[in-house]
Every structure is written in structure tokens, then in C-alpha cells.
Design a protein around this ligand. Structure first.
Ligand SMILES: C[S@@+](CC[C@H](N)C(=O)[O-])C[C@H]1O[C@@H](n2cnc3c(N)ncnc32)[C@H](O)[C@@H]1O
Length: 293
């Protein structure tokens, strides 16, 4: 967060969750205002009460961050900085009725936006095998091809309803003692697909970049290597437009204008103390980029 140094102006918190990051920013910078966005109305409710002391400097919007750059306030003023802290919150994972976790008996829902039509159970019931396979592969679930085939075989008998149904399929592939990490990767892959998380990120990155004012910083925290790869490539391409172009192209690198600078050559990861006190933060990878002044 120290990358968002608190130059006054309008900031976007595209994933406000419980409001911790917005609070830190508003406390540090008196001239900062925050547009706090989340797809999840429950998260917005929690953030609203936590951030009440900052009334007048905080505005809320229930939407996907992929649309945040279209907000009229952002278009009118431009952004002094932006943050995306991707994935699910601890609150969402802990609330069994939201269906994100593989704790026993959890309904397979996984929608961040409860008004969205596709639940995890509906995806497993109706998606063609290839689509399930792609979701499992993209999300780095274990043994994706065998798992996809077993899912399709099993749903012909009985629809998937709870976490137990999906864990049983995983155990039929990996054995009864499928590890915690393997269950987590399967459930995470499904969640990423159900919420269209990679598509949202790919659409949001250039839109938010273009809304940044000169010199403004864009921070993204990811928890999955696929998301982190998307962010890393985008930041690198924006900074070095010749990156990845064929060597013999009839343009010199200097003729292609850089849009800004990567501030984190390597992703910033949590220190030992933070990882110990908050195990969910262990996978966090923070990258920051500054728009050219
Ligand atoms: C890791 S939590 C954020 C925690 C937050 N930074 C805090 O300080 O409490 C991620 C949040 O992002 C939200 N989210 C994920 N994808 C989103 C999207 N495409 N648009 C808006 N919100 C999204 C989730 O609903 C969740 O509340």
C-alpha cells in the first residue's frame, strides 16, 4: 500500500471487501477521496460501516471493477491512484452459505455477486466437458483431464450440490487423502471460472490505466499465478512497448512510446510475520506501475 503515496485526489479501490485498504489510504492522506467498488453487496455493507468516519471522502459502487473506469466521477476527474486486491475475502470464505469453501456440507454457489445467474453447481451441471477441462486447466487444478471426465460421468447420475460431492470426485482421482492444497486448487479454479475473474482482470487493466492521471500509481495484488502472470505481462508491455516484438520489425524501440514504469521488478510478497499471522496472505503477490508524468 505504501506505493499509493497519498497525493491528493480520487482513488479507486476496485475490491473494497471489508474496507481495510481504503481505510489505510484515507487515514494517511487527508486530501484523498476513494471510490470503493465491489461486486458483493455484503462486502459493501461491511465496508460502509467501517468507513463511516470518512463520510464525504468515500463513495461506494456495486459493480465489477471492469466497469469502474466508466464511472462518471472517474471520467470527470481522472484517478490519482488505483488498487485491485483480487480474489475472495476471508469473510466470503468463512461464510458457508456463500459456498466458496470446501468445508463439509457447503452448497456449491461461489458467486461474488449473488444476482449473477451462474452458480458453481449450475456450471458443473451444464458446461460441456471441454469447458470444464479449460476451467480446471486454467485454474491449475490437479489432474484436470481425468477430473473433467469424472465430473461429467458423475453428473449423469446425480447433480452436484455440495462441496462433499466435488471432494468425492477429487478423492476418486487422487485417493481418499487428497491434500488440503489440492482441494483448494480445485475449488479456486471453479470459483475463478464462475466469476469470470480472468476476463474481468484483462478488461479492467487497460481501462483503469487509461483513467490514471500522469504520475498516478496502479497497484494489483494477486493470489494465483495465472492472475499474477496477466498483471506482470500487462505492466511490462505498457512500460516497454518493444517487449515481445520481433527483432527485425522496421520500427526502433525509441519510436514506441512507453506509457510508464514498473515499480516492482519482482512481485512484493508478505514478510514472515504477516504470513504467519494471516495464512491466507501467504500467496499474495503485489505489483505496482506508475503512469508516465
Ligand atoms: C481480497 S478481497 C479485498 C479485501 C480488501 N482489500 C480489504 O482491505 O478488506 C477481494 C474482494 O474483491 C471483490 N471482487 C473480486 N472480483 C471483483 C470484481 N471483478 N469486481 C469487483 N469486486 C471484485 C470480492 O467480492 C472481494 O470482496
Amino acid at each position: 500500500m505504501s506505493y499509493l503515496t497519498g497525493v491528493g485526489g480520487l482513488y479507486l479501490d476496485g475490491t473494497v471487501g471489508g474496507g481495510g485498504h481504503s481505510q489505510a489510504l484515507l487515514e494517511r492522506c487527508r486530501d484523498c477521496r476513494v471510490l470503493a467498488v465491489d461486486r458483493d453487496p455484503e462486502a459493501l455493507g461491511a465496508a460502509r460501516s467501517r468507513l463511516r468516519p470518512f463520510e464525504g471522502r468515500i463513495m461506494f459502487g456495486q459493480m465489477s471493477f471492469r466497469h469502474a473506469a466508466n464511472d462518471r466521477r472517474v471520467r470527470a476527474e481522472g484517478l490519482a491512484g488505483a488498487l485491485l486486491d483480487l480474489g475472495v475475502s476471508s469473510h466470503q470464505l468463512d461464510a458457508d452459505e456463500r459456498g466458496f469453501s470446501f468445508r463439509r456440507g457447503t452448497i456449491l454457489d461461489m458467486r461474488m455477486d449473488p444476482d449473477a445467474s451462474l452458480t458453481a453447481a449450475a456450471f458443473l451441471a451444464s458446461a460441456p466437458r471441454d469447458e470444464i477441462l479449460r476451467a480446471l486447466r486454467d485454474g491449475q487444478a490437479p489432474r484436470p483431464a481425468v477430473l473433467a471426465a469424472r465430473i461429467v460421468g458423475r453428473r449423469a447420475d446425480r447433480p452436484f450440490r455440495t462441496s462433499d460431492d466435488l471432494v468425492a470426485v477429487l478423492e476418486s482421482v487422487l485417493g481418499r487423502r487428497a491434500a488440503h492444497a489440492e482441494k483448494a486448487r480445485l475449488f479456486q479454479a471453479l470459483r475463478i471460472r464462475v466469476n469470470g475473474e480472468i476476463e474481468a482482470l484483462k478488461a479492467a487493466l487497460p481501462a483503469i490505466r487509461d483513467a490514471l492521471l500522469p504520475g498516478a500509481v496502479f497497484v494489483v495484488i494477486s493470489y494465483h499465478s495465472v492472475e499474477d502472470g496477466v498483471v506482470k505481462r500487462a505492466f511490462r508491455e505498457w512500460s516497454d512497448p518493444s517487449h515481445g516484438l520481433p527483432r527485425r520489425l522496421p520500427v526502433r524501440a525509441a519510436e514506441l512510446e512507453s506509457r510508464g514504469t514498473v515499480l516492482t521488478r519482482k512481485p512484493v510478497t508478505p514478510g514472515r510475520t504477516e504470513a504467519e499471522s494471516n495464512p491466507r496472505a501467504r500467496a499474495a503477490r503485489l505489483r505496482a506501475w506508475r503512469r508516465a508524468a
